[in-house]
Design a protein around this ligand. Structure first.
Ligand code: NAI
Length: 451
């Protein structure tokens, strides 16, 4: 009998396992594929390995103004893919090593709930019983039923595009969310002609519109069509209708990327038989990640609550600690996000629109990034970036922090800490930001808030 049996070894499951074992719980982790899940194998890590190469290539080509001229610059896709594979392999090995070191029993195979306390393995018929069972089965690319998409060799998802052997000369991206935008940034940096078709009025709809508008300007050369409902695909030609227009338009590419969201992977897990409530959006859990069935928990993308690796890890850590008898919670109001590109965008907490909708008397400040010394020194006057803060006039608390700038993803954790801990603008203004750093944008934006 285990204290905790975890189904799925992504950043939700392996973090839960590591934490549980470190706290002395007898822990089993079941994984049917490579450990590390989407994040390590098909998501965060491979895309960042590739994006780093594309940025380096672009900087080599575009750095004459700062005194660097390179000749013979080229991009070797095969080498980039090898770099990506090596990075992934190393990290997968690290996680396997960590599991071993902590004493987590790693079980290979496809798990299925055979009761609320037991997970059976399809391939071997073995069964693992636990006082607690955690569903951490992740998500997979959604494939909307667009006519002409299924079975079309030119239509790929993020899973397949990370393994291509030849760069397309043109790419149509359906969906202007995080995956669509990050891969558009990658391919367009390499000179691929990229078009994005987004159904909603704006790309990256989770950002305030003014921030999304700044980010859009950083996607130089990408043709973005918003309010575009895709009606069908024929080879690499994607037909769409814009707004109320009667006429269909069309845009063609050598390749079409479906980046229209992800959906929780829940089929074949035996959830129905055990009475765990779920919908296509995910397993229904409370804020502590408990399903309605005692002893059955769910974390990460499988819950559909926040489809981000670090959110999954935060949920996994909280569940392991709760099971070990510690006080733990997930900071739901302060789960940061990052859109990787050049530059990056990052945010945490409420947007201005969300704060107003929630009834706060919200004060905001918004500073262009070129007001910042380090930004100017590295990027110049023509570059785009912005820092926007949202605060509550009544309590003086910071409600949201959003930034488009280099290192955005590296800096946002500080604001996460502040918002999760209910810090006030005055608290944060008293902290000392090193100079010259892009992080000073936060300091200046704090000072610019009129409370
Ligand atoms: P998403 O939900 O972020 O965006 C999908 C977009 O596609 C939406 O804007 C939607 O309006 C649009 N769309 C849907 N159907 C469409 C259609 N038929 N025609 C045109 N547009 C259509 O999903 P995405 O980008 O696929 O990412 C999936 C998940 O993975 C997200 O939850 C995201 O947060 C996560 N992710 C996070 C990353 C990060 O943290 N940096 C990187 C990549 C993915």
């Amino acid at each position: 009998m285990y204290d905790i049996v975890i189904l799925g070894g992504g950043p939700g499951g392996y973090v839960a396992a590591e934490r549980a074992a470190a706290l002395g719980l007898k822990t089993a982790l079941i994984e049917k594929d490579a450990i590390g899940g989407t994040c390590l194998n098909r998501g965060c890590i491979p895309t960042k390995s590739l994006l780093h190469g594309a940025k380096t290539y672009r900087h080599a080509l575009d750095s004459q103004a700062i005194g660097v001229s390179c000749t013979g610059v080229s991009y070797d896709l095969a080498a980039a893919m090898a770099w990506k594979a090596q990075t992934v392999q190393r990290l997968v090995q690290n996680v396997e090593f960590l599991m071993k070191k902590r004493g987590v029993e790693l079980i290979r195979g496809s798990g299925r709930l055979v009761s609320s306390t037991t997970i059976g393995i399809d391939e071997s018929g073995a069964a693992f019983e636990g006082r607690n069972v955690v569903i951490a089965s992740g998500s997979e690319p959604a494939r909307p039923p667009i006519p002409g998409a299924a079975g079309n060799p030119l239509v790929v998802t993020s899973d397949e595009i990370l393994g291509i052997e030849k760069l397309p000369s043109s790419l149509v991206v359906i969906g202007g969310g995080v995956i669509g935008v990050e891969l558009a940034a990658y391919f367009s940096a390499l000179g691929v002609k990229v078009s994005i078709l987004e159904m909603l009025p704006e790309i990256l709809p989770f950002m305030d519109a003014d921030l999304a508008a700044v980010y859009k300007r950083t996607l130089k050369g990408v043709a973005i069509t918003t309010g575009a409902a895709v009606t069908g695909i024929d080879g690499g030609a994607v037909r769409y209708r814009k707004g109320e227009e009667a006429e269909e338009s069309s845009v063609s590419g050598d390749l079409v990327l479906l980046a229209t969201g992800r959906r929780p992977s829940l089929s074949g897990l035996g959830l129905e038989a055990v009475g765990v409530e779920f919908s296509p959006k995910g397993v229904k859990v409370d804020d502590s990640c408990r399903s309605g069935v005692p002893g059955v928990w769910a974390i990460g993308d499988a819950t559909g609550r926040s489809l981000l690796a670090h959110s999954a890890s935060a949920m996994g850590r909280a569940v392991a600690e709760t099971i070990a008898g510690r006080a733990a919670s997930v900071p739901w109001k302060a789960l940061p996000w990052v859109v990787y590109g050049d530059p990056e965008a990052a945010g945490v907490g409420m947007t201005e629109a969300e704060a107003k909708a929630a009834g706060f008397d919200a004060a905001t400040s918004s500073l262009p990034a070129r007001a910042n010394g380090r930004f100017l020194a590295e990027r110049g006057i023509a570059a785009h970036g912005v820092c926007k803060l949202v605060a509550d006039r009544a309590s003086g608390r910071v409600l949201g922090a959003h930034i488009v700038a280099p290192y955005a993803g590296e800096m946002i954790w500080g604001m996460q800490y502040a918002i999760a801990g209910d810090a006030t603008v005055a608290d944060l203004e008293r902290s000392v930001f090193p100079h010259p750093t892009v992080s000073e944008l936060f300091h200046d934006a704090l000072s610019a808030l009129e409370l």
